[in-house]
Design a protein around this ligand. Structure first.
Ligand code: DON
Length: 300
């Protein structure tokens, strides 16, 4: 692990930090962290693995889990399960497909999923539920929302406002648009370290079960299905390339984090704030490619 972290520390190609959410532009391009938690619960970590960063779209995996727990397969009436082949914030398909987003990981899809979690509750309650779920999964009550990031995105998230209003006009969202977006902006602004994220992802690597306590978080079938969507849609229009190079289900965020799942073997989180053209962590992907090659963890 430390070999990979050292190699990443020295690489000159680091991608570009996201600036469209102004607060994210403050991230340190030199940062790199990696944390791997195996089936025996052992942690292997290196670099900035304890530094909290903005997890952004990675929370979409956990909100999808919660929404499926709440309304089950009815969720698939308001969001699809196909890769979009478009950038994460694209609006073009929405009109052609009657306001139903392609999948739960593009912004439109994640907003629809957030709306399902909200289902008539106060935004504060829905947000509390999401945060408590993350704290429960990671066994860490210190996980919190970075209010500065949430406010920054709320101020500048015009495209998400457009996506939400567009879906609302097709009847895909039930709640007031500003409620749904308020919850969405705040859950994207959760800050977690690589270690906390790898802890939170364990249930996906172990058929829905916390491998240490043996407790079932979700059914094995649901875990398998969420992994399938991570593999096909977790990196937006870069999902094919991620599957080709890394060979694991993974979910990226514009904060530079990636959560990857080696089924039956490990939950892995990497973080490096510089992004590639598709908005996915550049060194995050490269480090995962190195790790899976060395460990023989590709699912293919
Ligand atoms: O809605 C947005 O644009 C951000 N809160 C999340 C986008 C994101 O993380 C895309 N991932 N690579």
């Amino acid at each position: 692990m430390s070999e990979i972290a050292e190699e990443m520390r020295l690489r000159p190609d680091r991608g570009e930090v996201a600036t469209y959410i102004p607060e994210l532009a403050r991230a340190d391009r030199r940062a790199f962290g990696i944390a791997v938690i195996g089936a025996d619960g052992q942690l292997a970590a290196a670099g900035d693995s304890e530094t909290p960063f903005s997890v952004q779209s990675i929370t979409k995996v956990f909100t999808l889990t919660l929404a499926l727990g709440k309304i089950g397969d009815r969720l698939w009436k308001r969001v699809g399960r196909e890769p979009s082949g478009n950038p994460f914030n694209s609006i073009v398909q929405l009109e052609l497909e009657k306001g139903v987003p392609r999948n739960p990981f593009i912004n439109a899809g994640a907003i629809a999923v957030t709306d399902a979690i909200l289902s008539g509750h106060e935004p504060r309650e829905a947000l509390g539920e999401i945060l408590r779920f993350l704290q429960f999964l990671a066994e860490d009550s210190s996980i919190a929302i970075d209010e500065a990031v949430a406010a920054s995105e709320k101020r500048t998230g015009f495209r998400n406002v457009a996506l939400a209003n567009f879906m609302k006009s097709y009847g895909v969202l039930d709640n007031p648009v500003d409620y749904t977006l308020g919850v969405y902006f705040h859950h994207c602004a959760v800050a977690m370290s690589c270690r906390q994220l790898a802890m939170a992802g364990r249930y996906l690597a172990h058929s829905g079960r916390n491998p240490t306590t043996g407790l079932l978080v979700i059914s094995p079938e649901r875990a398998r299905r969420i992994n399938a969507i991570m593999l096909t849609c977790g990196h937006y229009d870069g999902s094919g390339d991620f599957a080709y190079r890394v060979g694991l289900p993974g979910k990226s965020g514009v904060g530079g984090g990636i959560l990857a799942v080696a089924p039956g073997k490990a939950s892995i989180a990497v973080w490096s704030p510089g992004l590639d053209a598709a908005g996915n962590s550049h060194l995050g992907r490269i480090s995962l490619e190195m790790l899976t090659k060395r460990m023989g963890w590709s699912i293919f």
